[in-house]
Write a protein that binds this ligand. Structure first.
Ligand SMILES: Cc1ncc(COP(=O)(O)O)c(C=O)c1O
Length: 387
């Protein structure tokens, strides 16, 4: 179905931070499959893990034990706030799980009326009916009604509005620490801490969507870590499989207490292939110094982008984001800049609010950042001439 407005380029192979077309054209990939290819393309450790698993066992279903899945769950729990993990196949499926968990938690706590969830304007949680209903983006919902019940929306970053929206039917609050699709809008750390305090005060679950921000993209394994507080549950996907489709939702023992046998499932969830790759991704992210290096690289990139924006005020008027989830707010249409960058061999992704998203793979090196900045400089200088 023609649901994607595809760019007429096809890649034949990838290597590290680069993608290559069949006719040999090379692109620096700062789209990273929309924050999926955390370790770039064809990372040898991931390729080896997938190949080794492919020769042994692909799928058994969740009728049986899957040791690789238990291992990945234990490792994710050991490196996060969570005690429980459920594996699925995508970000939307992860967020559906988070929503179900929150409702079930309140139901089991004796508050079945507390089934409503407060979400934020500009949010994106996926394309299933419930995640679309949670995010309430009218463009995404056009013609797909009726919208699912149970969500109330407030402005992103506004704690007063959030407090005012809480009713006896509210059971949880769902937020992205950085809104990626929504325009690379960063929640302040104080806002995140405030959310925790409000949720504690009113007995609500705090739910984070870390589908885009998780798995090292912020310079820590999970973006919430920067704030010093933790959610009760969160969704993951994208970087978790480094390009192999996998998602997960994680929760504390308390928040997950109602999720008993038979209540949730997914045929492919936790499949041995996905789990082998997920464990391999984690091997690399947890290597000593890996995330510190991402953080240093991100700071250098950001400084370079700030410089660029200051020199080209007629093209760019703001640098947004954190870690390696960065955005350039554009004066001219972002699609023009994305196309010009692509012509110069740099792949980026548009986001809402006229933003160009820059998502280098986490294995990018200083030389890749400098190369991207040089292309951005050229393109901005050219664009400034016609602006
Ligand atoms: C924050 C966030 N949540 C959920 C999703 C949905 O993930 P998927 O496309 O894997 O269903 C996305 C995808 O862009 C996302 O950025």
């Amino acid at each position: 179905m023609p649901t994607y407005a595809r760019i007429p380029i096809a890649f034949e192979r990838g290597e590290g931070a680069y993608l290559f077309t069949a006719d040999g054209r090379r692109y620096l990939d700062f789209a990273a499959g929309i924050a999926v290819n955390a370790l770039g393309h064809a990372h040898p450790h991931l390729v080896a893990a997938l190949n080794a698993q492919a020769g042994k066992l692909w799928h058994v279903s969740n009728l049986y034990e899957i040791p690789e899945s238990a291992r990945l769950a234990e490792r994710l729990a050991a490196h996060s706030f969570a005690d429980r993990v459920f594996f699925c196949n995508s970000g939307a499926e992860a967020m559906e799980g988070v929503i179900k968990l929150a409702r079930r938690y309140q139901h089991q706590a004796g508050n079945p009326e507390r089934c409503r969830i407060i979400t934020c304007e500009g949010a994106f949680h996926g394309r299933t009916m419930t995640t679309l209903s949670a995010a309430r983006n009218p463009k995404h919902l056009d013609g797909f009604g009726p919208v699912a019940e149970g969500f109330d929306q407030v402005a992103f970053g506004n704690l007063n509005e959030l407090r005012a929206a809480i009713t006896p039917e509210t059971g949880a609050v769902l937020v992205e620490p950085i809104q990626g699709e929504g325009g690379v809008r960063v929640a302040s750390l104080d806002y995140l801490r405030g959310l925790r305090a409000v949720c504690d005060e009113f007995g609500l679950l705090l739910l984070f969507d870390e589908v885009q921000t998780g798995m090292g993209r912020s310079g820590k394994l999970f973006a919430y870590e920067w704030s010093g507080i933790a959610p009760d549950a969160m969704g993951l996907a994208k970087g978790l499989g480094g390009g192999f489709p996998v998602g997960a939702f994680l929760a504390t023992e308390k928040a997950a207490a109602g999720m008993t046998a038979g209540l949730h499932g997914s045929t492919f969830g936790g499949n041995p292939l996905a789990m082998a790759v997920g464990n391999a991704v984690l091997d690399v992210l947890l290597e000593d110094g890996f995330l510190d290096r991402v953080d240093r690289l991100a700071r250098r990139f950001r400084a370079g982008l700030e410089d660029l924006a200051a020199r080209h005020p007629r093209v760019l008027d703001e640098v947004r984001g954190a870690g390696l989830l960065l955005g350039l707010h554009c004066v001219a249409p972002n699609s023009e800049l994305v196309a010009r960058l692509q012509d110069q061999g740099l792949l980026t992704v548009p986001a809402a609010e006229n933003v160009v998203r820059l998502l280098p793979p986490l294995i990018a090196e200083r030389s890749h950042i400098e190369a991207a900045l040089a292309i951005l400089e050229r393109v901005c200088a050219e664009a400034a001439k016609v602006a």
